[in-house]
Design a protein around this ligand. Structure first.
Ligand code: 5RP
Length: 231
């Protein structure tokens, strides 16, 4: 699932990613998120490592980000190898003015949330189309244990959550880096994110959901007039 990738959107993602790269300083431990915007961030950080001798240690939220970072000369270590992460920079699918966010368009929400809660500071990089008054138009990804997942699918349908089993670009059942599946909930709007998060968390077999509520400290928004920082 993609959050959209028009040429303008990509330009705005890149502007936000480049701005956020300025937060990374020598000696820091940096959480690296996942998705196309983070890919641009990692490209910029790789350039700085190679051209400006920037030295930092990364903790990745996905196998693909780790592979990209390593290929650019960025040192990546396991989350358990560090005491805490100084700063994590990640993408998001939607965020409202109260910093309620939806993540998981790339299916990496579980590792992303684990890295986020172990970070002293969390920044998201988004283009302006993702800043909304009310979240929910973007499907909400739910990371689910495959065993017995048909029952969770039924439960979600009965609750009116319009779940869809995620299929990968290869036409096969999408599997996360932890080998779980993703059910995307087509909710259209979420009136009470906190209540929904609680409901989802209490379902046995649900491993994690893509609601990131009040977790982010700053959002770097790529806008046509130039990047804006929401705090
Ligand atoms: C992956 C994510 C991504 O950060 C989110 O989907 C944004 O992706 P992109 O930068 O490609 O629009 O949550 O699980």
């Amino acid at each position: 699932m993609s959050a959209g990738n028009s040429e303008l959107q990509n330009q705005l993602k890149k502007a936000a990613a480049t701005k956020a790269a300025d937060y990374v300083k020598d000696g820091m431990i940096i959480g690296l998120g996942s998705g196309s915007t983070v890919r641009m961030l990692v490209d910029e950080l790789g350039r700085r490592v190679q051209e400006e001798n920037l030295q930092f240690t990364g903790v990745s939220t996905s196998i693909s980000t780790a592979e990209q970072a390593r290929s650019l000369g960025i040192k990546i270590v396991d989350l358990d190898a560090v005491n805490a992460i100084d700063l994590t920079i990640d993408g998001a699918d939607q965020v409202d003015r109260n910093f309620n966010g939806i993540k998981g368009g790339g299916g990496n929400l579980l590792w992303e949330k684990i890295v986020a809660v172990n970070s002293k500071k969390l920044i998201w990089v988004v283009d302006e189309s993702k800043v909304v008054n009310q979240i929910g138009a973007f499907p909400l990804a739910v990371d689910v244990e495959p065993f017995g997942s048909g029952h969770i699918l039924k439960q979600f349908s009965n609750a009116g959550f319009n779940p869809v089993v995620r299929i990968g670009n290869d036409g096969q059942l999408f599997k996360t880096d932890s080998n779980n599946i993703i059910l995307d909930l087509h909710l259209h709007k979420i009136d009470d994110p906190g209540k929904l998060a609680e409901t989802l968390t209490n379902i046995v077999g649900v491993i994690e959901h893509g609601l990131f509520l009040g977790m982010v400290n700053e959002v770097v928004v790529g806008k046509q007039a130039g990047p804006e920082i929401l705090v």
